[in-house]
Design a protein around this ligand. Sequence first.
Ligand SMILES: CC(C)(COP(=O)(O)OP(=O)(O)OC[C@H]1O[C@@H](n2cnc3c(N)ncnc32)[C@H](O)[C@@H]1OP(=O)(O)O)[C@@H](O)C(=O)NCCC(=O)NCCS
Length: 230
Amino acid sequence: MSRPPTRIVVRTTAREDFAGIGRLTEAVYPGSPPWNERQLSSHLDVFPDGQFVAVEEPGGLIVGMAASLIILWDEYQMHMNWRDFTDHGMFTNHDPENGHTLYGAEVMVDPAVQRRGIGKRLYHARRELVERLGLLRIRAGARLRGYHRHARKMSPDEYVAAVVAGRLKDATLSFQLREGFKVISVVSEYLKFDPESLGFAAVIEWLNPAVAAPEEFDRQARSFLPAPSE
Ligand SMILES: CC(C)(COP(=O)(O)OP(=O)(O)OC[C@H]1O[C@@H](n2cnc3c(N)ncnc32)[C@H](O)[C@@H]1OP(=O)(O)O)[C@@H](O)C(=O)NCCC(=O)NCCS
C-alpha cells in the first residue's frame, strides 16, 4: 500500500514538540547535547512567537526548527559568542521593550530532508515576524560549516569572501546568502567546539526594508569588504 502524500507545515512551537526537537537536534548534531526541555520551555516562556517548527503531516514528525529572541544589539559586541547572545541557550536576555534586532539562535533541518526548501520556509516565517513586529533587522552567526576543508590554505576571511563571491559553496552560509543575508563580520570562537567551522562564523544581517533607512544599507554594504583575491 502506498503512503499518503506528505506536506510540510511551519507553525509556532508547542510544548508537545520538545521531544521531537530533541530527536531532530541529535540527527543534525550527533554527539552534541540536544536542546533540552529546560531551554525550550524558557524560549516559550519569554518569546513564544519567535519559535518555529516545520512539521511533516500527516504524522506530526518534527523535521525543522528555528529559534530566535529580540536583543538590544548595543549591549553586545560583534565578537561575542553564541552563549553570550542567547544567555546559554535560555533566551532570558530577550528584550522586546528596547531591542530592534531579532537574533537567530538556531535553524536546523533534518538531514534526511535538507535541500527541499524547508529552511527557506522557516526563514520566511522569521522575516514575516520581523515585519509584523516592525523590527529593524535579523542578525545571526552563520557557522562556517565547510571551513575545516579549506583551513590549511585560506584564512576565515578569505573563505567567506570566496563563498560570498560564489567561488565556494558553504552548506550554511550559502543558504543564508540565498535568503538575502549579507555578511557584516567574521568572528572566531563563536561555537567553540564545532569541528566543522573550527569555531569561526560569519555575522550575517538582513535589514527590514520597511524600517531600515538608506544609511543602514550603506553601512551594511561597507561592513565586510574582503581583500580582492589574486
Ligand atoms: C542550513 C539549513 C538549515 C538549510 O536548510 P534546507 O532546508 O536544507 O535549505 P533549503 O532547501 O531551504 O535551501 C534553500 C537554498 O539554500 C542553498 N543551500 C541550502 N543548503 C545548501 C548546501 N548544503 N550547500 C549549498 N547551498 C545550500 C541553496 O541555494 C538552496 O536552494 P536550492 O536547493 O534550490 O539550490 C540545513 O542545511 C541545516 O539544518 N544545516 C545544519 C544545521 C546548521 O548548520 N544550521 C545553521 C546554524 S548557523
